[in-house]
Ligand binder design. Structure first.
Ligand code: NAD
Length: 349
C-alpha cells in the first residue's frame, strides 16, 4: 500500500533541532510547514529546503494564534539555551505558555496529534539519578532559569489538560542535552564553547575539577526519537525521556574535543558554582520499551560531524567566533549571586 504523504507543522523549524527534523520529514516524503519567528535562528538553517516544493516557511510568532491546515504538529518553538531564554524571560514564558495554548487550540480545532518538545530541565536540580519520568523534579520557581523550566512545566500541564479535557492526542518528549551541526555558535553551552575554543587555539575553560558528568545525544538520534514518538500508538502520550545515557566527565569531553580538533589548547580551571549538578543522565527504559529507540551515534562520531560544521562556520564568519569567545570568557558584572547564577547557567550546558 502506498503511504499518503502527511502535511506536518514544525514550529521552531528553523532552529537547531527543528531544521534537522524538517530535513527528516521531507526525506520521507511528507510536506512541511515550518513556522518560526527567527528569534534564535536564521533562514540559513533551512535555506537548502526553500526550493523543495514540499517545504513552506512561515514567519510567525507562536504567542499569537495561527490558522493553518495540517495532519500533525511538532511543537518546538522556544529558545533553548540559557543565554537566549534569559535575554527576555517574560517573552520566554509567554512562548511556552501562550504558544502552547495557541498550538493546542489549533490541534483541538483540527482534531490532530501534537507533540511537545519538553526538556530535562523540568527535573530542575534533580535529587534522583538517573532521572525517570515519574520523578516530579526540584525546580526553583523564582530563579533566573524558571522562565524556561517553569514555562516548560506549565506547557506540559497544558498538554495533559487539553488531552484530558478536550481529547487532544498529545505526545510529550523530555529532551536531554543534544548537540550537532547547526547548533548556535554563541549559545554558551559546553559543547559549542569547547569546540570554538579548541578550533581557535584558545584555553578551554572547565568549571570545577571537570569531574562532573553529563551525557550528550547526537541530533540525528534525537530526531529519530521524536519521529517515533509522533508515530507511536495514540495511548502512549509520554512524557518520555529522549537523551543519551552514556555519561562522561566534562574533562573527558574537553580532552576529546581538543584531540579531534588537533588543537593545542590547554585546559584551564575556573571555580565551580556551588549548586552545580554533579550528574545528569536520562533513564531511557520507557523510550526503549515503547518506541524501540535508543541512541546509535557515538560521541566521537557525533563530535567529528559537529566540529566539521563549526570549522566551516568559523572560517566563513570569524566575527561570530570573536563574539563567542567574548561570551565564554565574559566578565560577570552583576551581584555575586547573579554572577554565580550566570556561571551556573553556563556550566550546566
Ligand atoms: N537542544 C537541546 O539540547 C534541547 C534540550 C531540551 C529541550 N529542547 C527543546 O527543543 C526545542 C528546540 O530546541 P533547539 O535546541 O533547536 O533551540 P533553537 O533555539 O535552535 O530553536 C528554537 C526555535 O524556535 C524559534 N522560536 C522561539 N520563539 C518563538 C516564537 N515565539 N514563535 C515562533 N518561533 C519561535 C526560534 O527562532 C528557533 O528557530 C525547544 O523547545 C527546546 O526547549 C532542546
Amino acid at each position: 500500500m502506498i503511504k499518503q504523504p502527511k502535511r506536518l507543522i514544525v514550529t521552531g523549524g528553523a532552529g537547531f533541532v527543528g531544521s534537522h527534523l524538517c530535513d527528516r520529514l521531507l526525506a520521507r516524503g511528507d510536506e512541511v510547514l515550518c513556522v518560526d519567528n527567527f528569534y534564535t535562528s536564521s533562514k540559513r538553517n533551512v535555506q537548502h529546503m526553500l526550493r523543495n516544493p514540499n517545504f513552506e516557511l512561515i514567519r510567525h510568532d507562536v504567542t499569537f494564534p495561527l490558522y493553518l491546515e495540517a495532519d500533525e504538529i511538532f511543537h518546538l518553538a522556544c529558545p533553548a539555551a540559557p543565554i537566549h531564554y534569559q535575554r527576555d524571560p517574560v517573552q520566554t514564558l509567554k512562548t511556552s505558555v501562550h504558544g502552547s495554548i495557541n498550538i493546542l487550540g489549533l490541534a483541538k480545532r483540527l482534531k490532530i496529534r501534537v507533540l511537545q518538545t519538553s526538556t530535562s530541565e523540568v527535573y530542575g536540580d534533580p535529587e534522583v539519578h538517573p532521572q525517570t519520568e515519574d520523578y516530579w523534579g526540584n525546580v526553583n520557581p523564582i530563579g533566573i532559569r524558571a522562565c524556561y523550566d517553569e514555562g516548560k512545566r506549565a506547557a506540559e500541564t497544558l498538554f495533559f489538560d487539553y488531552h484530558r479535557q478536550h481529547g487532544v492526542q498529545v505526545k510529550v518528549a523530555r529532551i536531554f542535552n543534544t548537540y550537532g551541526p547547526r547548533m548556535h555558535v554563541n549559545d554558551g553551552r559546553v559543547v559549542s564553547n569547547f569546540i570554538v575554543q579548541a578550533l581557535r587555539g584558545l584555553p578551554i575553560t572547565l568549571y570545577g575539577d571537570g569531574l562532573q558528568t553529563r551525557s550528550f545525544c547526537y541530533v540525528d538520534d534525537l530526531v529519530d526519537g521524536l519521529v517515533r514518538l509522533m508515530d507511536s500508538p495514540a495511548d502512549f502520550t509520554g512524557p518520555v525521556n529522549l537523551g543519551n545515557p552514556n555519561e562522561m566527565t566534562i574533562r573527558e569531553l574537553a580532552e576529546m574535543v581538543v584531540e579531534l580538533c588537533s588543537s593545542k589548547s590547554e585546559i584551564v580551571y575556573r571555580p565551580l558554582p556551588s549548586d552545580d549538578p554533579k550528574q545528569r543522565k536520562p533513564d531511557i527504559r520507557l523510550a526503549k520499551k515503547n518506541l524501540h529507540w535508543q541512541p546509535e551515534v557515538s560521541l566521537r562520531d557525533g563530535l567529528q560531524k559537529t566540529i566539521a560544521y563549526f570549522d566551516t562556520i568559523l572560517t566563513r564568519r570569524p566575527e561570530t567566533a570573536r563574539r563567542t569567545i567574548a561570551l565564554s570568557s565574559e566578565v560577570d558584572t552583576g551581584s555575586r549571586e547573579e554572577n554565580a547564577s550566570k556561571q551556573k547557567a553556563r556550566a550546566l550546558f
